[in-house]
Design a binder for this molecule. Structure first.
Ligand SMILES: *[C@@H]1O[C@H](CO)[C@@H](O)[C@H](O)[C@H]1NC(C)=O
Ligand SMILES: *[C@@H]1O[C@H](CO)[C@@H](O)[C@H](O)[C@H]1NC(C)=O
Ligand SMILES: *[C@@H]1O[C@H](CO)[C@@H](O)[C@H](O)[C@H]1NC(C)=O
Length: 225
């Protein structure tokens, strides 16, 4: 279904040896001392997958994500998502052109939830470790907007209030490291994590750095400027 799946697998295979470290940066000479945002990257012992942590939802909840360099959609399991602030992305909203959306959910007859809303954009997220069979997993994956936060260099959480990502169902978690409930996407798109962080801090250069270690004992950092 998705022609880039094999590419994702190849990327992950190449990353399986060195351990990965991720950094998102601000201007090096800026007065805004709050950037870069940083997060730790850990190599999972049993799967060799790279896992990063970030905060999501209201109240903020620490969430473990598979780090994937190729994916378009950051996603999280919305079958277990209890935020008080989430919003769906209306199908006729002006941000539509940014999103590379897949379809519109006109009418959802179940009770309102992160997975279910009328007039909501749908995304087409995937799992690069075990590609998702949409016939077996409930395939409606709504686009959501909710706060996302990473620590800055001083350790204070910095909020991206209108972070856009995809809901996914529990079936998407197959093959992912224990404790991982989503995927952090760095693929080339308007909604990759580095792009969204840069949009939240528009006066800063759009760059990020990751450092990978091959060792499961070493915790590395990634920074977003
Ligand atoms: C989107 O559609 C809703 C309902 O159909 C309408 O009320 C709203 O004004 C529309 N918004 C835009 C930006 O077109
Ligand atoms: C990214 O956003 C720009 C507008 O800011 C739009 O012109 C472009 O088509 C978008 N690219 C993708 C891949 O959606
Ligand atoms: C969607 O709209 C229908 C008809 O107006 C309504 O019955 C239903 O409860 C709504 N669904 C959600 C999730 O709000």
């Amino acid at each position: 279904m998705n022609p880039s799946l094999n590419t994702h697998k190849n990327i992950m295979a190449k990353l399986a040896v060195p351990l990965l470290l991720l950094l998102f940066f601000q201007s090096l000479i800026s007065s805004q001392a709050s950037l870069p945002l940083q997060t730790t990257i850990q190599k999972d012992r049993s799967t060799s997958q790279y896992v990063i942590t970030a905060h999501l939802q209201t109240p903020l909840k620490l969430t473990n994500f598979l780090l994937d360099l190729g994916s378009t959609y950051t996603w999280v399991n919305c079958d277990d998502y209890t935020s008080s602030t989430y919003q769906h992305v209306p199908c006729n909203s002006s941000i539509a052109s940014l999103l590379g959306h897949y379809a519109c959910l006109d009418l959802c007859n179940s009770p309102p939830s992160p997975n279910c809303g009328n007039n909501s954009f749908l995304f087409l997220p995937d799992n690069p470790i075990k590609p998702v069979d949409y016939r077996k997993v409930n395939g409606l994956n709504t686009a959501l907007i909710d706060p996302f936060a990473l620590p800055n260099a001083q350790g204070y959480l910095t909020l991206i209030n209108n972070f856009i990502f995809s809901c996914a169902r529990t079936g998407f978690l197959k093959g992912l490291a224990k404790g991982v409930t989503g995927l952090a996407a760095l693929g080339r798109s308007n909604i990759s994590i580095p792009v969204q962080i840069n949009k939240a801090f528009p006066s800063t250069p759009n760059c990020f750095a990751i450092c990978l270690s091959g060792s499961i004992y070493s915790t590395r950092r990634g920074s977003f400027w």
